[in-house]
Design a protein around this ligand. Structure first.
Ligand SMILES: Cc1cc2nc3c(=O)[nH]c(=O)nc-3n(C[C@H](O)[C@H](O)[C@H](O)COP(=O)(O)OP(=O)(O)OC[C@H]3O[C@@H](n4cnc5c(N)ncnc54)[C@H](O)[C@@H]3O)c2cc1C
Length: 224
């Protein structure tokens, strides 16, 4: 039987550069190649405030992501990230499907780009749970049945819904991670991609605390 999860998982794989690297990259403009050293915090904050973004592009982070396909589709619209994803042609997928938990509001009111989410009635919650379970179990049975008949992975996977989990690496420079966060850690972003974006945000806070603070101070977000 398939597994069900409501989690989006983002893990740090590797990164390059720190807050001092951002300041050093900026100093190339006034001091040439010997411009290393000097104070970091004030300069990094000024760069962020003034939208002088290139120095942030000299830092890079790679993360691994485990998320349902409907989240991966939105994530991969960000063309400035580089991706490597598990192949459903060369491998048999894991029997793992997304299912909204009780924290995930399931009703939408208002208009596109300005709608609100609401909890839903008990009936709506039960129908949502039941339809996910039924569809995912049936789909997995059909997938396995075709594989057991010798049908290729790349054909059998056609019957799986977008709630099946996929796995990928994403690499971007810090400037583009901030652009990603502006769009995806926002109230109007898809609930599930926001869960992933918040984990990216936490990794950036750990790796580039000064740049992270400046990003939040100058992007209209409240102090956290
Ligand atoms: C709330 C929300 C709703 C959305 N709804 C829809 C929808 O209904 N349908 C839909 O198709 N998409 C939708 N999107 C996706 C959206 O249109 C973008 O494709 C996605 O957010 C990637 O953003 P980006 O282009 O800024 O990112 P990236 O691709 O990472 O690009 C970063 C920046 O690089 C520059 N850039 C990159 N490539 C180009 C290029 N080819 N030409 C010019 N500049 C470029 C731009 O300045 C861009 O902002 C939605 C996104 C959000 C956040």
């Amino acid at each position: 039987m398939p597994d069900f999860s409501s989690e989006i998982t983002v893990k740090h794989i590797d990164s390059m550069g720190d807050d001092a690297r951002i300041a050093s990259a900026a100093r190339v403009s006034t001091k040439g190649l010997d411009g290393d050293g000097g104070k970091v915090a004030g300069l990094v904050r000024a760069l962020m405030r003034e939208g002088h973004t290139s120095p942030f592009e000299h830092c890079v982070m790679t993360v691994s992501v485990e998320a349902p396909i409907f989240v991966a589709r939105e994530w991969m619209r960000h063309r400035t990230q580089s991706y490597s994803e598990i192949s459903a042609r060369y491998t048999t997928l894991q029997p793992k499907f997304y299912r909204p938990n009780e924290d995930r509001p399931i009703v939408q009111t208002g208009k596109a780009l300005d709608y609100h989410r609401e909890e839903g009635t008990i009936r709506q919650v039960v129908v949502t749970e039941h339809r996910h379970k039924w569809t995912e179990e049936e789909a997995w049975k059909n997938y396995e049945s075709m594989l057991s008949e010798g049908v290729a992975n790349e054909v059998a996977r056609n019957v799986l819904p977008v709630s099946v989990y996929t796995q990928f690496w994403a690499t971007a420079n810090l400037g583009n991670w901030f652009k990603f966060l502006t769009l995806r850690d926002a109230p109007n972003a898809l609930f599930e991609i926001r869960q992933g974006a918040q984990q990216v945000d936490a990794l950036i806070e750990e790796l580039w605390p000064i740049a992270w603070r400046a990003f939040h101070d100058f992007n209209g977000k409240e102090e956290q």
